[in-house]
Design a protein around this ligand. Structure first.
Ligand SMILES: [Zn+2]
Ligand SMILES: [Zn+2]
Length: 235
């Protein structure tokens, strides 16, 4: 259930907005940048919009068009949940879908976001997120990719990479079928960029997490570490 809170007003993905943030923290959020439409990345959007209903300005959902199209069709459709892009009224909606282009930079709240298409079973985008003094790279869900690492090489002041690792080495077949990474692939992925910054691993499937931790430890790469729930990182 992936969510990164980038600053007080901006979240990346919405897998865990409502169970982790307090109501008053949720009310401060003005935009949610989305990597892709899979449920572990958007599942809490419906409850989040219920929680912030009645805002003066819409919360923006930012992603490249194919991601927004999937959200529009499958989530904001008045079937599973009310369509908050038209409530309480079309003119003063609670949510607004805002397309951003892959390869272009979008600026808001003192941050710049640059989406890059990665290699997953549905349209998915990693993001380079930059402030004036630092950049961090988020992989999104991905199998082996080149585009992500080209973006890493082009980044100014890159301080960290957040990289998915979803399954254990023994689950290589399911990782390949679902387009995710396993520990054995990490060294080859990281060799595609010259940037030697800390790498924070995330997106471990719960039944695989213990094996992944063992296998990553065995790699003996001091740059590799794991993101923990509620961890606060400053760059
Ligand atoms: Zn996914
Ligand atoms: Zn996922």
């Amino acid at each position: 259930m992936t969510t990164f809170l980038l600053n007080e007003t901006t979240a990346l993905d919405a897998g865990a907005l409502t169970p982790v943030l307090t109501l008053s923290e949720q009310r401060k959020i003005d935009r949610v940048v989305v990597t892709h439409a899979h449920f572990d990345h958007v599942a809490t959007l419906p409850f989040f919009f219920e929680n912030v209903f009645g805002r003066r300005t819409p919360v923006e959902i930012l992603a490249p068009p194919p991601v927004l199209a999937a959200l529009r069709r499958h989530l904001f459709n008045d079937a599973l949940w009310p369509d908050f892009t038209r409530l309480p009224s079309r003119r003063r909606a609670t949510a607004r879908l805002r397309p951003i282009a892959a390869g272009k930079t979008y600026r808001a709240a003192g941050l710049a976001f640059r989406p890059v298409a990665v290699n997953h079973i549905v349209p998915t985008f990693g993001y380079l997120v930059s402030s004036r003094s630092a950049s961090v790279l988020f992989s999104g869900d991905t199998a082996p990719t080149r585009a992500l690492w080209e973006l890493a090489d082009s980044a100014e002041n890159l301080r960290a990479i957040f990289l998915e690792v979803s399954f254990s080495n023994a689950q290589e077949a399911i990782a390949r079928a679902s387009k995710h990474l396993i520990p054995r692939q990490l060294a080859a992925e990281l060799a595609k960029t010259s940037r030697e910054v800390p790498v924070y691993l995330y997106h471990m499937k719960p039944p695989s997490a213990a094996a992944i931790r063992r296998e990553v430890k065995a790699l003996k790469n001091p740059r590799l570490r794991f993101v923990e729930q509620n961890q606060v990182l400053e760059f």
